[in-house]
Design a protein around this ligand. Structure first.
Ligand code: TRP
Length: 448
């Protein structure tokens, strides 16, 4: 066992680190892309409902597991178990989460690499390096490998430094800048021709679509992905929260930040799509489906930045730098899951574990890059649409059915003396026990 564990130094430190994990490509790339693919506002509505009604309670379950156990997901859940089968179940759920985090990082790093390459493009343009500018944004194995490697290097660098000096310090610095830039871009975009059509598509739901199976499962997957659930990551972050903190309100704040930023990103990107279309970029095919799918953001935003004239180069640079940073505060959390597991369960020294696991995951990224056509979507689907919801559901089952109720109360009472008489305690325990698992299961069966 590792002797001294890391801990977030303050309340704000945790909020920013957890929000840093939650806010990432999922919010600014995934959410708008999914919204555009799944019929606009109807998707937004379902997403908001699922985020607050299913993802938040599940998020709380993971935080509780971690703070109670003061360790990685497997160890924490085993501490909650009394019987042997429960300990085995704990291993399956916890280790499943660790694997899921690794799989997610393997494709996330590739897309984050694209963000970095799109940040280099305007910079190269400004420096008059035309050839470089064109090369970095052209799809190609070498470019993909190079940028995925660079991104993994940064991730490893921060995680080697540990909780306070690494994760917390960087999240604190970078998150606020991202929010300000987003706001400024939204204000700019809605002044452009075509933006109002985009706002309408984003905010005016077609209620007949909300129960479509594809829409539901995508929204559920997106909500769990966005809060980084079902991957052992929030368990380990929960374990770094001091006992004097109020988990209930911390969890709520992080959820709110996460959802707000996704919503803001939609406010930027969906109108930007319509603006681009207005300017002649082809966004939708004749049947109304999205032409470019996952790369939509990379068509629409550069078109938007181009429309700004030469200042657009600076804005493009700032935007993609911040995207890379948002991706980085997420990817460090993905690496922390497997690393903390290796350090605590197998007594491997932190630096070694970080480098070895980082390289292993990078090897997986390389495999995906060389088979990008089918593997990128496939791994993303396995990990985010199946792995995450199932594991998150099992975490709820763990807290609801295996964890002793009085221990649960005692844990939540830390930092929140009066919780017993609060609405949270009246609703959440049975909600986690019955409603969450059943609802998650139902969305699943519905999608099959
Ligand atoms: N939530 C992040 C996003 O929206 C992605 C993320 C970070 C994540 N850590 C994770 C997803 C762990 C799954 C598991 O981009």
């Amino acid at each position: 066992m590792a002797t001294s564990r890391g801990e977030f130094s303050s309340r704000l430190g945790f909020i920013l680190a957890a929000a840093g994990s939650a806010v990432g490509l999922g919010n600014i790339w995934g959410f708008p892309t999914q919204t555009a693919t799944n019929g606009g506002a109807a998707f937004v509505l379902v997403y908001l409902v699922l985020a607050f009604c299913l993802a938040y309670p599940a998020f709380m379950a993971e935080l509780v597991i971690g703070r109670y156990g003061q360790a990685n997901a497997v160890t924490s859940m085993q501490k909650m178990s009394r019987k042997t089968w429960q300990k085995q179940f704990a291993f399956i759920v916890g280790f499943g989460g660790v694997i899921c985090a690794g799989l997610i990082l393997s494709f996330y790093g590739i897309i984050a690499g694209w963000m970095m390459s799109y940040a280099i493009e305007p910079a190269a343009e400004l420096l008059g390096m035309r050839g470089v500018a064109t090369w970095v944004v052209s799809q190609g194995d070498i470019r993909n490998i190079l940028f995925a490697a660079l991104f993994m290097f940064f991730t490893i660098f921060i995680i080697r430094k540990g909780v306070e000096q690494g994760i917390e310090k960087w999240s604190k610095r970078l998150m606020p800048v991202l929010i300000v830039l987003l706001l400024m871009l939204i204000l700019y975009v809605i002044t452009l021709d075509g933006a109002i059509d985009g706002l309408r598509a984003y905010l005016n739901p077609d209620l007949s679509r909300v129960l479509e199976p594809d829409l539901l499962i995508s929204a559920l997957g997106q909500a769990f992905f966005s809060l980084s659930l079902g991957t052992s990551v929030m368990v380990i972050y929960g374990s770094y929260i001091a006992k004097k903190e109020n988990l209930v309100s911390l969890g709520a704040q992080v959820t709110l930040i996460d959802v707000t930023i996704a919503f803001m990103a939609g406010l930027l990107i969906i109108p930007a799509m319509y603006v681009a279309q207005y300017q002649g970029v082809e966004i939708f095919a004749a049947d109304g489906s999205l032409i470019s799918g996952p790369t939509m953001v990379f068509d629409v935003l550069p078109a938007l930045f181009n429309s700004m004239g030469s200042i657009g180069l600076f804005v493009a640079f700032a935007f993609f730098v911040l995207m890379s940073i948002a991706a980085l505060t997420s990817s460090i959390s993905m690496l922390e899951g497997p690393v903390s597991y290796a350090v605590e369960r197998h007594n491997i020294e932190r630096n070694k574990a970080t480098t070895a696991i980082g390289l292993l995951i990078f090897a997986m990224s390389a495999l995906i890059i060389f088979n990008i056509e089918f593997m990128l979507d496939f791994i993303a689907m396995i990990a985010t649409e199946y792995g995450q919801p199932i594991i998150a559901m099992l975490c709820c089952v763990f807290v609801g059915w295996i964890f002793n109720r009085s221990d649960l109360l005692e844990e939540i009472k830390h930092g929140n003396e009066d919780v017993e008489s609060s609405w949270f305690w009246k609703i959440w325990p049975w909600y986690t026990k019955f409603v969450c698992p059943v609802a998650i299961l139902m969305v699943f069966l519905h999608s099959l």
